[in-house]
Design a protein. Structure first.
Length: 177
């Protein structure tokens, strides 16, 4: 591979979930997708990248969760929690966030990605479609914050126990908005 091409296109980090939608609360994690070129494997992400990121200042509580359908590295940076998901695309698409979005918004190109990468992009795609199709986004965002707060206060907001999640609330509010 051309070293100059390799140097210019390393990786991208995309934010999705409640942080991207503008409905996050203090103490919630920030969901991200680390988009790597296809020559970086899931195993390298979970092992080598975990080791690399663990050595950085202000990074703590680094934990890899490889048994999940979408492997995740959980960590805290300056006390803020992050979930890092792995995705791999052809290096030609890692130029910008717009290039990545064009790739994943094109159904034919999206279907050519690995199942693991498709799963990693699902939340991002859902956020993008909500932001694109909800008519009055400001009202939607406020309503979604209220619904999430309502669910949390009633202890029915937890993916671990099968209750409402951020994405389920986001889709439900989008449908009734």
């Amino acid at each position: 591979m051309d070293p100059q091409l390799l140097e210019s296109k390393k990786a991208k980090v995309l934010v999705f979930g409640s942080y991207r939608l503008g409905v996050h609360f203090t103490g919630t994690d920030i969901d991200t997708i680390c988009v790597f070129p296809t020559f970086i494997s899931k195993e390298e992400f979970l092992d080598d990248f975990k080791t690399f990121i663990s050595d950085k200042e202000h990074v703590e509580d680094v934990l890899k969760i490889q048994e999940a359908l979408t492997p995740i590295i959980k960590l805290k940076v300056n006390g803020i929690s992050f979930d890092l998901l792995y995705a791999a695309v052809d290096i030609a698409h890692i130029n910008s966030q717009n290039d990545i979005e064009k790739l994943i918004m094109n159904e034919q190109q999206f279907n050519r990605l690995s199942q693991l990468t498709q799963r990693s992009f699902n939340g991002y795609l859902c956020n993008a479609n909500i932001q694109k199709h909800v008519p009055n986004y400001g009202v939607y965002r406020n309503f979604l914050r209220i619904i999430k707060l309502w669910a949390k206060r009633r202890c029915i907001y937890s993916a671990m126990f099968g209750y409402l999640t951020g994405i389920s609330c986001a889709v439900l509010v989008a449908k009734i908005h």
